[in-house]
Ligand binder design. Sequence first.
Ligand SMILES: NC(=O)c1ccc[n+]([C@@H]2O[C@H](COP(=O)([O-])OP(=O)(O)OC[C@H]3O[C@@H](n4cnc5c(N)ncnc54)[C@H](OP(=O)(O)O)[C@@H]3O)[C@@H](O)[C@H]2O)c1
Length: 339
Amino acid sequence: MRAYQILPGDNIDGLQCVDATQRELANGEVRIRVHAVSLNYRDLMVASGNYLVNVDNPIVPCSDGAGEVLAVGHGVTRVQVGDRVAASFFPYWQDGRTSPSKIRHALGGDIDGMLAEEVVLHEDALAKIPPQLSHVEACTMPCAGVTAWNAIFESSNGIRPGDTVLLLGTGGVSVLGLQLAQAAGLRTIITSSSDEKLERAQALGAHHTINYRSMPEWQDEVLRVTHGMGADVVLEVGGQGTVGRSVAAAAMGGSVAIIGGVSGFGGEINPVTLLGGAKRLVGIFVGSRLMLEQVMRFAATSGIKPVVDRVFHFDQAKEAYRYMESGAHFGKVVISMTA
Ligand SMILES: NC(=O)c1ccc[n+]([C@@H]2O[C@H](COP(=O)([O-])OP(=O)(O)OC[C@H]3O[C@@H](n4cnc5c(N)ncnc54)[C@H](OP(=O)(O)O)[C@@H]3O)[C@@H](O)[C@H]2O)c1
């Protein structure tokens, strides 16, 4: 079986496709034939060496994969041969609040991930895929889907139908967040550097769209379209360049989910802006396997089809990474073993 490997910091050119032999299954382990893998901004960070991981040897990259159970080891009860499964970003975080031990390892970070024809994982790391989702759709869920789910429904300050969610940019987390929020009856505002991407967001049902290039003070526009109220939840993926504006755009009593830093990490927030508006900053670190099960169940029952911008073949992994790096995508970029 073939697998990609990369030494963090070796850049996209350092991705190597190698022949690997799979080990025997230990108790509780499951062998999976991977059908599809989705890329996250984090995979670019691992490649460029900007993701904090302590590894000296090449790892199989990518956290997000979906596939089919080929074999089960002794004692496995949660899945059986033929089941379709997605892997949880943190294999040891099954449910509940997080803890250092639950997030001690992450797929495609400090341990081998999913960009391989076959992987072996413990059964506890797996969530069954509902029949409504294809492998390509399901593989968008473990990082981007769970992160958006966690920010909107788990870690916000009690979101209710009709409340407003603000999404920054049109990458994987934000577009899945848009789709989840729309399906839950929430009001949505989304920003982008591209009018064409904003048109696509509008076609998905976004209530308001803002071009953050032509309108650099976009937080004022968020306040204008919400009649001064602001957004009840903000999915803050911008970091340094956006976090202050995100706080300004948040409603009194609302939450700013601190997720990412596509414009760099850092930025300053005046604590008075939080105090005066009783606003909350909430750090989000993907989520648990239970959240993965919940977001896939919600996608299935509400008919969400995660937006997949492009599907590349397994042999084109470097091209897929480069496309993701170009920022041309809207939603998710997927690598399929069968496309
Ligand atoms: N904490 C966590 O658990 C967690 C989980 C997932 C992701 N993340 C982080 O979240 C961020 C997004 O991840 P992703 O995988 O969704 O990335 P992605 O698919 O690569 O999307 C990045 C998008 O960000 C937008 N963008 C770039 N600069 C921006 C700016 N100054 N203001 C607003 N939007 C801007 C662009 O949208 P337009 O092209 O529309 O302008 C771009 O397409 C990354 O920093 C990632 O590391 C964190």
